[in-house]
Design a protein around this ligand. Structure first.
Ligand code: URP
Ligand code: ZN
Ligand code: ZN
Length: 469
């Protein structure tokens, strides 16, 4: 394994900001110091004028994932290559139990798919069938398999949703065994009524996806999940939080000392429900769940990031092509051309998270540099049992490093991305801040627009505990 020196960079972690050199040996950070001198055999990268950041940690992705009649279009190879170009060197991806089967079988299938990953990968387990065997298997997943976070859905009846009793039972097992429960918090039963009424009235355009998923029902489910977690005594993580009502429930609980954490996503911070007014079927590109909200919610989310009631920004990268070709209808938003309720829910974003949050957060004066690192790398690593191996720059940590130009202006274009998806939510948006080089455990895998990584280079991340900050 090569020995590497990164010289003259400005090292930024969640708490530090200083100039120093970093010597990498055996894939780990060996020495941090001023003016380190090395022999001719050492590869030297000059980071003058660049920020040296810990590799991004994205704890919400859906790669090569079956979702009802559809499937996400990125394989682990393409999705993780895209992640790397965006400065993300660790993902935690969702695998799932199939109804009537053990979650252990779901994990086995997922391991086969993730074998092509080019960055490091952990797994959360989605539980669909909570019975005595599943509850017993949860303990095996935590203790033996290194899967210490479980997602349960309060939405998508008939596909992914579980009832409150199932959720509560899973919470108790997670809490007692060092794991954390992640919830998709929307009131699925009420939303189903609204969706059925809209379709029956002939309201089939993508905008009705947003109109049938009111923020009140995200707030209601978030409050309910928190109360269940409180009773079950488990740490709770609210995924893809989009609504002011949901944030208010999280804030209220955190003020009472309850272990509830929450993430939001770049699309909720930078886009609004106006996107659904696009002509023709274009609004389908923005059909993700929860839907985009109005500016009032966006202001609340930025405030939540400031007050630490929101601790993480992840992508919920769940990519479906807009067009049917070249991958086929199963991978495409066109499945719902005639009926919004059949549009596969999800949107891409794995490659643009760091530049978007840097541009809209740091460059616009809403977030400090340290906070930027904290919410995109350090806290997700801590919450999901990866710290200090991941999420920081420290002696002994994995040498997952991003050299980031804080001044370069560039324009987001799907045609230049590395994902297989054929559109970007942020097409044509000019941003300041660009990933220049990426190291994964000391290996240079991205150098400008050159890909030096390898399919299968990513390691599985064993995470024996989650939710203990
Ligand atoms: O629309 C979304 N978010 N799709 C992915 C599945 C989920 O709910 O996370
Ligand atoms: Zn979800
Ligand atoms: Zn998701």
């Amino acid at each position: 394994m090569p020995t590497t020196l990164i010289k003259n960079g400005r090292i930024v972690t969640a708490v530090d900001d200083y100039r120093a050199d970093i010597l990498i040996k055996d894939g780990r950070i060996h020495t941090i110091g001023r003016d380190l001198s090395v022999g001719a055999e050492v590869a030297v990268h000059d980071a003058a004028g660049l920020l040296v950041l810990p590799g991004g940690v994205d704890v919400h992705t859906h790669l090569d994932w079956e979702f009802g009649p559809s499937r996400t279009v990125d394989t682990f190879a393409t999705g993780t290559k895209a992640a790397a170009f965006g400065g993300t060197t660790t993902i935690v991806d969702f695998c799932n139990q199939s109804k009537g089967e053990s979650p252990l079988k779901g994990l086995e299938d997922w391991h086969r798919r993730r074998a092509s990953a080019a960055v490091d990968v952990g797994a959360h387990m989605i539980l669909l069938d909570v019975n005595a065997q599943t509850l017993a298997d949860m303990k095996i997943l935590i203790e033996r398999e290194g899967v210490s976070s479980f997602k349960l859905f309060m939405a998508y009846p008939g596909v992914l949703m579980v009832d409150d009793g199932a959720l509560f039972q899973a919470m108790r097992v997670a809490g007692a065994n060092g794991a954390m429960i992640c919830v998709h918090a929307e009131n699925g039963a009420v939303i189903q009524v609204l969706v059925q009424e809209a379709v029956a009235a002939g309201h089939t355009s993508p905008k009705y996806h947003m109109l049938t998923r009111p923020s009140l029902m995200e707030g209601e489910a978030t409050h309910r999940a928190i109360r269940l977690a409180e009773l079950a005594d488990t740490p709770l993580y609210i995924v893809h939080l989009s609504a002011a009502e949901a944030l208010a429930a999280v804030t209220e609980a955190r003020d009472r000392g309850i272990h509830v954490h929450a993430e939001t996503c770049p699309h909720y911070l930078f886009l609004t429900d106006k996107e659904y007014d696009r002509p023709e079927f274009e609004g389908a590109k923005f059909v993700m769940t929860p839907p985009l909200r109005d500016a009032h919610h966006q202001h609340a989310l930025w405030r939540g990031l400031k007050t630490n009631d929101l601790q993480v920004i992840s992508t919920d990268h769940c990519p479906f092509c807009f067009n049917e070709q070249p991958y086929g209808l199963k991978y495409s938003k066109q499945l719902g051309r005639e009926d919004f309720s059949k549009i596969p829910n999800g949107a891409p974003g794995i490659e643009t998270r760091l530049p978007l949050v840097y541009d809209g957060g740091v460059a616009k004066g809403r977030l400090s540099l340290n906070r930027f690192v904290d919410i995109t790398a350090t806290t997700p690593a801590k919450l999901f049992g990866l710290f200090p191996r991941k999420g920081t720059i420290a002696v002994g940590s994995d040498a997952d490093l991003v050299l980031f130009d804080p001044n370069e202006r560039w324009t987001i274009r799907a045609a230049e991305h590395h994902s297989r998806v054929d559109y970007s939510l942020f097409e044509g948006r000019e941003v300041t801040g660009r990933v220049k080089k990426v190291f994964l455990r000391g290996d240079l895998i991205v150098d400008g627009d050159r890909w030096l990584g390898r399919d299968g280079q990513g390691e599985f991340l064993h995470r024996p505990s989650s939710g203990r900050l």
